[in-house]
Design a protein around this ligand. Structure first.
Ligand SMILES: *[C@@H]1O[C@H](CO)[C@@H](O)[C@H](O)[C@H]1NC(C)=O
Length: 296
């Protein structure tokens, strides 16, 4: 009798754990296209790229501010030509976008992580990193934290990029459009690996990226609600205070600033801010970043 109860109890608990972890993806996200290339196995979601198609998923809601996190284990072995992306984006011709793009490589060669920020439809703010670990060996967490003061890109909670609000200098900052959360995998062998020189080797397909640990801690904006109303709902005011509007969230703390300096010194391989061939005059926000770094 005792044994029977224990078995049924553990069965129920297992069932509930299964529900919680696998329902998490479905709670927050839905497939975007090529549904048959996206499979779940327990808490793990796998996205597959083959010669027929890539695939992707998107959040069911849009958000204004907060933090989104996923844990990703990137395509193992030969991933040359593939790009896996995790990003936030608003809609329309003047959209804003915060991107993580993982550019695959041949077996044994390092991935490149490219980040970019679009403001009012304009990007061209690429930075590139080589990570301090092999992102295809294990799951690592990738987060985007967004508030009215800054957009912070984090890898395993280490900040790798900050895009600050410099509106006081007349520089537009993305803070008025709700953003969806997206991920996709696709073939980009026209540009991704060694500038497009290395092509995708389809004999190594399918290329599989695995995901788990889906978290969104933000203010959801229902599509049915007018945008002014969403802006009001998602701003802290006298009654409610969102965690991302706390003063400590308005800039990196000292420890995080040091982490970012370490990342930039040891792992950054490209920064649009220092690409004088592309931008003979450094973009305005770069002049400020430079200034700020020098003073730290
Ligand atoms: C791939 O590996 C080569 C050789 O190590 C490196 O130059 C390149 O930056 C790596 N990444 C990409 C995306 O090409």
């Amino acid at each position: 009798m005792v044994c029977f109860n224990w078995v049924s109890l553990s069965f129920v608990m297992l069932f509930m754990v299964g529900l919680v972890s696998s329902a998490k993806f479905e709670e927050l996200y839905q497939p975007s296209w090529a549904f048959d290339h996206l499979t779940t196995e327990g808490e793990i979601l796998r996205m597959k790229l083959d010669h027929l198609s890539g695939t992707g998923f998107q959040s069911k809601s849009k958000y204004m501010f907060g933090k989104v996190t996923v844990q990703i284990k990137l395509v193992e072995g030969d991933s040359a030509g593939t790009v896996t992306a995790f990003y936030m984006s608003s809609d329309g011709p003047t959209h804003n976008e915060f991107d993580f793009e993982f550019l695959g490589n041949t077996t044994g060669e390092p991935y490149t992580v490219q980040t970019n920020v679009y403001v009012n439809g304009v990007g061209n703010r690429e930075q590139r990193l080589k990570l301090w670990f092999d992102p295809s060996k294990d799951f690592h967490s990738y987060s985007i934290m967004w508030n009215q003061r800054q957009v912070v890109f984090l890898v395993d909670e280490t900040p790798v990029r900050v895009h600050s609000n410099l509106e006081h200098r007349g520089i537009p900052y993305p803070k008025d459009q709700p953003m969806g959360v997206y991920s996709s995998i696709w073939n980009a062998d026209d540009w991704a690996t060694q500038g497009g020189l290395v092509k995708t080797d389809w004999s190594h397909a399918p290329f599989v990226a695995s995901y788990k640990g889906f978290e969104i801690n933000g203010c959801a904006c229902p599509a049915t609600v007018a945008s002014a109303e969403n802006t009001r709902r998602c701003s802290s005011n006298g009654q409610k205070k969102y965690w991302w509007d706390e003063p400590v969230m308005s800039e990196l703390n000292v420890h995080q600033s040091h982490q970012l300096i370490w990342v930039r010194a040891n792992h950054m391989v490209y920064d649009y801010c220092t690409d004088t061939a592309r931008f003979p005059v450094a973009p305005v926000e770069c002049q400020h970043h430079q200034h700020k770094t020098n003073h730290n």
